[in-house]
Design a protein around this ligand. Sequence first.
Ligand code: GLC
Length: 430
Amino acid sequence: MAFYGKGDSSWFTHDRFGMFIHWGLYSMPARHEWIRHYEEISNEDYQKYFEQFDPDLFDAREWAAAAKNAGMKYVVFTTKHHEGFCMFDSQYTDYKSTNTKCGRDLLREVVDAFRAEGLRIGLYHSLIDWHHPDFTIDSIHPLRNHPDREALNQGRDMSRYRTYLHNQAREILTNYGDIDIIWFDFSYPKAEYNPKGHDEWGSEELVKMIRSIRPSILINNRLDLPGSADITTPEQNTPEEPVRDENGNPVVWEGCQTFSGSWGYHRDELTWKSEKQCIDMLINHVARSGNLLMNVGPTSRGYLDHRAMERLQGFARWMKYCSRSIYGCGMAPEEFPEPRDSRYTYNPETRRLYLHLMNWPFKYINAKNLAGKVAYAQFLHDGSEVKIRENDPNAPHTHMSVNSSAGGISLMLPVVKPEITVPVIEIILK
Ligand code: GLC
């Protein structure tokens, strides 16, 4: 497999938690960012959104503050989604935010606001472009069922689109300061009609150009170019084991997830995850040495709606006390199997094991292979001691004994679950 350089993932695997932002013209129809695909909307019929787009309530500082309070350490923002509309002042197109009523370089405001809050910057950039005149109609294009599809494809020249794609990649990586992640989306080399993969994107040349501009940048794995990815990006699912490459080696991975059933703002989509589901998701990713990139879809007025804000505030309440079990943590050593209904995370620097009680047990929880190894244990939410009973294999079993296995311990708990979404016990090893 060819080698295309490697980005610096040390900060990434420490910080663990980021905000994904899907924002574009699709926030106006407000029924999914794939609206042009689902409803087979032509450029002409989609133009009304360009003409009316005016996010008058947009203040990137509000978004950045919400992300920081939630404990997020980086942001990935859609510079351009499949619709082709550019959220930045590109010199290569007129189809951009600075040419709408708002007249603003929205990417500039996002980058400045999030950087001011100390978050690192990632840029999502769609390889797909349903608006560009040279992007050939294919199996997922809005005009895929058009009766004149073949005629419409005449004259479309993907080499011209490739040049456009590379030029815009260069300008977003050059004009907006030091970018930490470039997040492309997505390749479909096995599609039935006009498939698109590394050849169509010019992925090899694109990666070499990116590395020449920002050698330490992190590149995701959607360019259809094996060996070029720093980050593997499962989405809308939570891996039960650490993600591995085709040779079985663990890779740096980041799961991206939505609060609801849509990445872009969707007014009527009601499958919003509970606060507990969201926090469980973060824990489940870090417990398998992954990152979580949690998505928000702002409204076309430019603000995060109450449903998104409520969940971000839920993260904020939990991370205020429990972020020590997330930052700098990953999967626990195999010698410590997870107790019932629990997840471990582990910080190898501090040698602290974090026991996340996903379901509140009655009075105690047993943990294997920790006898003689624990210096102290405490709840993170209030710093109160958690008393430990080491298992004495010779002690008589009575109707009152707790059945910890040999070499195990029992952590003694209050009967009533503490007032925090997922209680966490910090186990300080000797
Ligand atoms: C899926 C969605 C796309 C979104 C992406 C984020 O591919 O179709 O709209 O941007 O997930 O990973």
